[in-house]
Design a protein around this ligand. Structure first.
Ligand SMILES: [Zn+2]
Length: 467
């Protein structure tokens, strides 16, 4: 096999020039085209040549161009003209196939500009290769449709929509914007979208309208976090309102007021509780707002269900005095407008672990490098190696036991039918294997289910700059 500097056995190197930044390699294919690709005839005549340059993998830090004087041929049998065969070249991209593959893989890790600098390929072509590569990845990794779905906002250059799997703590997709059309289109193409049971979301009408239109069976739940947050905002309104009218000396008396006022009462140290007591005496509005913030939290903490929550909320709302009410007006308006979905929370609670990890993700997200387009950031988040939460749908190890007699007419449990729905390991009931299952164990295992990008892995990779 002819060894050459390109390490491409399909080509013969004829000449090589080296400049400060580049290698210019003149080469020709080893195999001669001897048959017409249209009719297989071997009666071919020369029909001129054309000079072409193909980019290849950089060598020794230099860009590489392969110069080929491509022969044009004409078939005497069918009269068609064509170019000689150029193996391992991606002719539509004017580069070697191995460079296409490398640019694809690297496009998730590096900026398009740095890849363009390294290879000499223009940025537009790199973007096209990136898009092809992402399409391949999309086809390769099919994420399971969540039974409990989250739709949240995440800030990447501008507000985006992030779709999550609440039970598995994963990111399933990211959408370029938060419009109803964008969200509805996305939800519409989800596989088994009729199996989505709950959708937790922020109070953003386009999300609600999209879900209602496309997944009418799904219950919309406004997570506690988004509502409680508004009680803290009311506290902040009151605090800022009071501070605005104070002189420097009076303000000094309110040291660390923000920190203390946003803290829960049960978490206050003795000193903080003492300070708060003093502020309450000087500024009654501050104390009253604090008390109302705490009693709003209590609506969430004490309620035993929907009806109880509504009763507790209404009692709370009545207890807000007129002079404090403006501070809570956003919260009260939101509760009124979103009441059915806010109350759904009390019957279907989203886990705190999920909300916390999503919020941590939102916080670290702005660390992600600049210079990336949204499409590139999305692909990094969804497709970086090692980021996926996978579960092998492998039968559990079961202790051997005598087969159970089959009851005629016994109803089959839902999960025995395997709709391909994600079932949490924790809640999957142990059950004796059926005879058919035992036989299946000897067959090839199905591919593992992929739930998307694991949120805690994402956070770790962003914090350690691995993404
Ligand atoms: Zn022919």
């Amino acid at each position: 096999m002819p060894a050459n500097i390109l390490n491409l056995s399909q080509y013969r190197v004829l000449r090589m020039e080296e400049t400060e930044h580049d290698y210019h390699v003149t080469a020709e294919p080893v195999d001669v085209t001897s048959a017409c690709p249209h009719c297989q005839s071997d009666r071919l005549t020369s029909w001129g040549t054309r000079d072409q340059v193909f980019k290849d993998l950089p060598m020794h830090g230099k860009r590489v161009g392969i110069y080929i004087n491509t022969k044009r041929l004409r078939c005497q049998s069918c009269g068609k003209t064509f170019s000689q065969a150029l193996p391992i070249l991606a002719e539509n991209r004017m580069m070697t196939e191995r460079l296409v593959a490398r640019i694809g893989q690297q496009s998730l890790k590096r900026t398009f500009t740095s890849l363009a600098n390294e290879t000499g390929v223009v940025e537009g072509t790199i973007r096209n290769i990136f898009r092809d590569y992402v399409n391949e990845l999309e086809a390769q990794f099919r994420f399971e449709t969540p039974q409990w779905m989250g739709i949240d906002e995440i800030y990447l250059i501008k507000p985006r929509c992030v779709i999550t799997n609440i039970q598995n703590n994963t990111v399933v997709d990211m959408l370029a914007n938060r419009n109803k059309d964008t969200v509805a289109k996305y939800l519409f193409q989800m596989k088994h979208r009729d199996k989505v049971q709950f959708v937790a979301m922020d109070m953003w009408a386009p999300y609600r309208d999209a879900v209602t239109a496309v997944m009418p069976q799904a219950k919309i739940v406004i997570d506690k976090f988004h509502v409680i947050k508004m009680a803290n905002e009311a506290m902040e309104n009151a605090r800022k309102g009071i501070r605005a009218d104070l002189d420097v000396k009076q303000r000094r008396g309110l040291m660390h007021d923000r920190f203390v006022l946003l803290k829960r009462q049960s978490d206050l140290t003795d000193k903080e509780a003492f300070n708060l007591d003093g502020w309450t005496k000087n500024y009654p509005v501050l104390g009253e707002t604090y008390r109302l913030k705490e009693s709003f939290y209590a609506v969430y903490e004490a309620s035993t269900g929907k009806d109880d929550a509504l009763a507790r909320y209404e009692a709370w709302s009545k207890s807000v005095p007129p002079e404090i009410r403006p501070h809570f007006s956003d919260l009260i308006r939101a509760f009124t407008n979103w009441q059915p979905w806010i109350l759904n929370y009390f019957d279907h609670k989203v886990t705190n672990a999920y909300t916390e990890s999503l919020n941590s993700l939102i916080r670290v997200m702005d660390r992600m490098g600049r210079g990336y387009s949204f499409e590139a950031l999305r692909a990094k988040i969804l497709f970086t190696e090692g980021i996926h939460s996978r579960k092998q749908a492998r039968p559990k190890f079961e202790r051997k036991r005598a087969p159970e007699p089959v009851e005629i007419g016994k109803v089959m449990p839902d999960d025995a039918m395997d709709y391909g729905l994600p079932v949490l390991e924790k809640v999957r009931p142990m059950k004796p294997p059926k005879e058919a299952d035992k036989a299946d164990q000897h067959k090839a295992l199905p591919p593992p289910k992929n739930y998307g990008a694991d949120i805690s892995t994402l956070i770790r990779m962003i914090e350690t700059d691995e993404l």
